[in-house]
Design a protein around this ligand. Structure first.
Ligand SMILES: Nc1ncnc2c1ncn2[C@@H]1O[C@@H]2COP(=O)(O)O[C@H]3[C@@H](O)[C@H](n4cnc5c(N)ncnc54)O[C@@H]3COP(=O)(O)O[C@H]2[C@H]1O
Ligand SMILES: Nc1ncnc2c1ncn2[C@@H]1O[C@@H]2COP(=O)(O)O[C@H]3[C@@H](O)[C@H](n4cnc5c(N)ncnc54)O[C@@H]3COP(=O)(O)O[C@H]2[C@H]1O
Lengths: 141, 141
């Protein structure tokens, strides 16, 4: 494969589709989000609204940061606070018609890249492991 | 750069040296480890003994898993349990004289790869972000 062919490659083969992606909703409380994160084993997961539109990302670190008080772990906040109050909107996101080159450069600073279609519907994510597996294969052709 | 040159490249240019790597010791308690993890912002960090030899990795997820009881968060364990009781020994590790090819293939399934010298002393880590930045540059030469 030529270098330009790699960069112009379609991204659909790298996609983990939405039904395989652990996610929570903006109005869930932090306890629910923490349980989904701990059960899934993932560090950070997408936040999708009821129309399945991407709203942000939430991680164990953000939840821990929000409940670690100066004196003690304020675990009552887990039931009271909502995901939307803690999530980040610093999301790497591309359209499904953009080439691999765009996902490769975003993956330098983001553990996964979200993918939407042209109407803004969430299609899934491309994690760094998929990109690295493909690159490893390219160098061993 | 030719494909073989990339695979045979030395790994020292990718290294985050040991003095820049957040780490804890096997005999620290979980509360200390959680504070280092939360303060550093990293998901997982190396565990080094007093001779600076790599013993394992510890993550927020492991600490959270160990204190999440069925009924409640058992936060008293944070002061009582030690890092060595919770850390994993599933570590991706290479010698500093091994080529880039080895680090690339390990990075597919590990967020970072540890590097030791031939005497077993911990030299630092190579995170996926460094590998991806180099790969991105290769395709844009
Ligand atoms: N259950 C599991 N089985 C096998 N390997 C596992 C695993 N959980 C984690 N890993 C390994 O650890 C890496 C870091 O996972 P992390 O959860 O920090 O970071 C993950 C997570 O935040 C997110 N992610 C991946 N798959 C996901 C999914 N199905 N749903 C939601 N988020 C996902 O993308 C990030 C990067 O994923 P990536 O695969 O590149 O990299 C993963 C993968 O190599
Ligand atoms: N303070 C910060 N400044 C800028 N970007 C940040 C950052 N913290 C995290 N990131 C970004 O998020 C990615 C995942 O970080 P994470 O902490 O899950 O996973 C990290 C962490 O577990 C470990 N790591 C990286 N640098 C470290 C260090 N100096 N000490 C200890 N562990 C480190 O290696 C994993 C992969 O790191 P990588 O750079 O590939 O990927 C990082 C980086 O792209």
């Amino acid at each position: 494969e030529l270098k330009e062919d790699v960069l112009n490659r379609s991204i659909t083969t790298f996609l983990i589709s939405a039904d395989q992606v652990a996610h929570v909703q903006p109005d869930n409380n932090l306890e629910h989000a923490l349980l989904v994160l701990v059960k899934s084993g993932y560090t950070a997961i997408p936040v999708l609204d009821t129309n399945f539109k991407l709203q942000g990302l939430i991680s164990k670190a953000q939840i821990l940061d929000s409940i670690l008080g100066i004196e003690r772990i304020e675990h009552e906040k887990l039931g009271e606070w909502k995901v939307k109050e803690v999530m980040t909107d610093n999301i790497a996101c591309v359209n499904d018609d953009q080439p691999f080159e765009k996902v490769l450069s975003l993956s330098i600073n983001h553990p996964f890249v979200c993918v939407e279609n042209t109407q803004g519907a969430f299609l899934g994510i491309i994690p760094r492991s998929k990109i690295l597996a493909y690159i490893n294969g390219y160098f061993h052709e």
